[in-house]
Design a protein around this ligand. Structure first.
Ligand SMILES: Cc1cc2nc3c(=O)[nH]c(=O)nc-3n(C[C@H](O)[C@H](O)[C@H](O)COP(=O)(O)OP(=O)(O)OC[C@H]3O[C@@H](n4cnc5c(N)ncnc54)[C@H](O)[C@@H]3O)c2cc1C
Length: 607
């Protein structure tokens, strides 16, 4: 079983040296407390807890899974105790407002913590993770009464939350939601319907579960314009905020899944369950979309978390296991064979994982700054700023969610490959990472849906390519500053410059063609998303390499020369051997739709 060690040195490098978080926090209304010492203490506290408490119950949690019995769900051994520690440690409230019992720190700090929790034990992370969406929805759209009733217990972690969107007939297409909400004379609603695949829908970790539910009012128009949002607690809440009488929402069963087996995925039956409307009638989906960016960044982190966990396992194994001799001659003559890590192909695998984890982490940390700035705009009542950062995060989100989860899955598969046949055996824990990672490209919108969101909504319709132009301007700044540099930094800078121009050109060409061929956006979108992801990751690896080079030469960095050199080498590897994949995606995105659409549905198979 791989031993998890939080990558604190890499995290600190990004926070302090690449993205200058100290200056970023100093500029936020809620950033004053996030001093470097405080940030360090949070990172170290979370790291120790993840390493010592969450990681040891990851494999056993997978083996044991969750159990369902007459509507009750039992989580795996150790989850209850770990959750108690999570609550007692005040971890849930890290970035939530102090008026509800939180610590009021910037959002980014919870995102850093999420990666560590997720890498140590993604199943466990799902329980507090789902609460975030619930809390954010209530914070932004709940009435004052709803906030004071639910938020203190959710923010402390005493209660957990869910997001109940999916129904048996629909996941992506929420226009098909059937759950009904009938108004009652006292202002409440009675909800009836079935929700499925509800993460943390039922479990034994918390005193109450607060469901955020999409449902239709009796007179609602058809489609997405007729969906409203409700809060429906498992135990109805008394005026003093305590959990009381059982509501008529029950767990019918839990799913038997490929991975994240310690996370309960429930079928929930609402049988005239009492709920209350959140936000305006028929505007439920609109409300959902505004917090979806941060929820999706949460899943993008899953990609990085699994890449990191799998890389750590594979690296340790590749240094320990021996096989044959390196092609360039014996490397460890005293041993009967050389360690796997000497073989070029094994190095290719390890460096790919490392680049995905480190490039992905930087992408997340940069987006986390935008999330902080967006929240800061709400604190300062600055709508224009809010809209600006909301649009920026809206552009990053589908790329991060779609690309990083696909890459996290690749990294997890590579980890198994480094282990050879042993990777396929349960006790080593590498196949669990691949099984756990598999869901990340499916939930919170599949990769296909992220790609349509990116190319259709964000790039073409929403901004006519402006969001790409804005990001490529950032790329060009780095490129121009290093264009004539010698060695790998100069090579990367020239590549970044070419890719920045190419990304804009690709966008323009698709935009021009999309007007004439209505299938083009759908046919090009996943390739466009992957292209965008590869280029964006290239930029963030080059940025790290450039910073590493500067600090190495100046001798002013907090890290060792070896650390900085490895940064440059990782980026150089990526530019040589991973980034060229972008060319294939660009070509494929521009291919005519004819070969994709011409086949009759009946001709797909001949029995
Ligand atoms: C373990 C697990 C946990 C989950 N947790 C939650 C949760 O907590 N709350 C919740 O509400 N839901 C949850 N879900 C549901 C999840 O979000 C959905 O399964 C997911 O959004 C996909 O919906 P679907 O399964 O209905 O697939 P479908 O919508 O039927 O899609 C099937 C395929 O068709 C593609 N497709 C669909 N429509 C289009 C289109 N218009 N254009 C192009 N391609 C399209 C999709 O990309 C996909 O490849 C969970 C699911 C699982 C398995």
């Amino acid at each position: 079983m791989p031993t998890y060690k939080a990558p604190l040195r890499d995290m600190r490098f990004l926070i302090n040296e690449v993205l200058d978080y100290p200056a970023h926090y100093a500029g936020l209304s809620n950033g004053g407390e996030a001093t470097p010492d405080m940030v360090n203490a949070i990172l170290e506290g979370a790291a120790t807890w993840c390493e010592e408490v969450l990681a040891p119950i990851n494999l056993s949690g997978d083996q044991e899974g969750c159990h369902f019995n007459a509507g009750e769900v039992t989580t795996p051994t150790g989850f209850k105790e770990a959750y108690r520690q999570f609550v007692d440690g005040g971890w849930q409230g890290l970035s939530f407002p102090t008026e509800y019992g939180g610590q009021g720190l910037p959002t980014s700090l919870s995102l850093f913590r999420t990666e560590m929790m997720g890498a140590a034990n993604w199943s466990f992370n799902m329980y507090p993770g789902l609460s975030l969406g619930c809390i954010n929805t209530l914070l932004r759209y709940g009435t004052e009464a709803q906030k004071s009733l639910y938020l203190p217990s959710l923010v402390s972690g005493e209660w957990t939350g869910t997001m109940c969107l999916t129904e048996p007939q629909c996941g992506t297409d929420l226009a098909q939601v059937k759950t009904r909400a009938v108004p009652q004379p006292d202002g409440s609603y009675k909800l009836t319907g079935t929700k499925m695949f509800i993460s943390a829908g039922e479990h034994d970790l918390a005193g109450n579960i607060v469901h955020i539910v999409l449902a239709r009012l009796p007179d609602a128009p058809a489609g997405t314009r007729g969906i409203s949002l409700f809060v429906v607690p498992k135990f109805r809440v008394a005026k003093d905020g305590s959990a009381g009488q059982r509501n008529t929402v029950s767990c019918g069963s839990i799913e038997h899944k490929m991975g994240i087996r310690g996370s309960a995925t429930a079928v929930l039956n609402f049988d005239e369950a009492t709920g209350h409307l959140i936000f305006e009638p028929n505007k439920g989906l609109e409300a959902m979309f505004t917090y979806m960016n941060t929820a999706r960044i949460g899943i993008a982190i899953q990609g990085v978390a699994h890449a990191e966990a799998s890389f750590q396992g594979a690296l340790a194994y590749a240094k320990d296991r021996r096989s044959m001799r390196a092609l360039s001659g014996k490397k460890e003559p005293e041993a009967n064979a050389d360690a796997l890590i000497w073989h070029a192909d094994v190095r290719r695998m390890l460096l790919t994982q490392k680049a995905i984890a480190e490039g992905g982490r930087a992408m997340i940390y940069a987006a986390a700054q935008t999330a902080d700035l967006m929240f800061n705009a709400t604190l300062e009542n600055d709508q224009a700023s809010y809209d600006h950062y909301d649009n920026q995060l809206g552009f990053y989100t589908p790329i991060l969610k779609g690309f990083l989860t696909e890459m996290g899955l690749e990294a997890a598969n590579i980890g198994m490959q480094v282990f050879g046949g042993h990777g396929y055996i349960h006790e080593h824990g590498m196949e669990q990472i691949a099984r756990d990672a598999r869901i990340s490209t499916l939930y919170e919108g599949t990769t296909g849906i992220q790609a349509l969101d990116l190319l259709g909504r964000k790039v073409l319709i929403g901004t006519k390519g402006k969001c790409v132009r804005e990001f490529t301007r950032i790329m060009l700044r780095l490129a121009r500053a290093n264009l004539f540099a010698r060695g790998p930094i100069g090579t990367m800078a020239r590549s970044i410059m070419k890719r920045a121009m190419e990304w804009n050109m690709l966008t323009l060409r698709i935009m021009l063609r999309a007007g004439k061929d209505r299938d083009l956006v759908g046919s090009a979108s996943v390739d466009y998303l992957m292209y965008s992801g590869y280029v964006m990751m290239g930029y963030f690896l080059a940025l790290q390499a450039e910073k590493a080079q500067t600090l190495m030469l100046s001798g002013k960095g907090a890290e060792s020369v070896d650390f900085y050199r490895a940064k440059i080498q990782t980026a150089a590897f990526y530019f040589d051997r991973v980034l060229p994949r972008a060319d294939a995606h660009r070509k494929s995105a521009l291919a005519p739709t004819h070969s994709l659409m011409q086949m009759d549905n009946g001709s797909f198979a001949f029995a």
